[in-house]
Design a protein around this ligand. Sequence first.
Ligand code: COA
Length: 178
Amino acid sequence: MTAVPELRNHGIILNAHNDSEITAHVAGEDEETARRFGWWPACSTEETVRAAYANWARNWQEDGRVRAFAARIPGSGALVGGCELRIGPDGTGEVSYWTHAGKRGRGHARNALALLVRYAASIGTTRLEAHVALDNHASRRVAEAAGFTQASIFTDDDGTEMIRYTRDASGGGAASIT
Ligand SMILES: CC(C)(COP(=O)(O)OP(=O)(O)OC[C@H]1O[C@@H](n2cnc3c(N)ncnc32)[C@H](O)[C@@H]1OP(=O)(O)O)[C@@H](O)C(=O)NCCC(=O)NCCS
């Protein structure tokens, strides 16, 4: 069983999700998030978020392949987004990240991804990937700021042109893990 670690840098705290924030999580999701994660025109609901939180908690408890973190502002602890590492069978990992509507453009995703990279290295992940739609310029900026570089272009199942970004997991930058 792996306890959810708490990771911090100057701008963000990553730690466990809390069921008391399900409403805030739903409210933070907009069409952009739903489209980018491929479930639009459906949207998250309290039920789907509760199920996601339960799945993420189970993965932590069972040392599973998905390691999801809530992203919070230092000080207030307010939930502003989240990120996830999906551990592959061969020591690689795929990262994803999101920021709540109204909380974007403040460096939260960039700060969260820097911590996630550091976490991935700490558990022995050697290589990371991020799959980003060609037209998702904000996400591309976030990936590139975290040291990811473009490796290839591919078309995903729904026909979206995607960039496969990669980077070594080592050297993720300053962060404390408690
Ligand atoms: C992508 C996302 C996570 C970015 O979150 P964020 O907290 O705004 O990210 P940051 O503030 O750390 O950085 C955003 C960067 O994109 C830039 N940016 C924002 N909109 C942009 C646009 N339309 N074109 C180009 N750059 C853009 C910002 O200027 C910033 O770059 P900078 O740090 O060099 O100034 C957020 O938009 C989101 O949640 N989108 C929906 C879900 C999603 O797409 N997730 C990624 C899936 S791969």
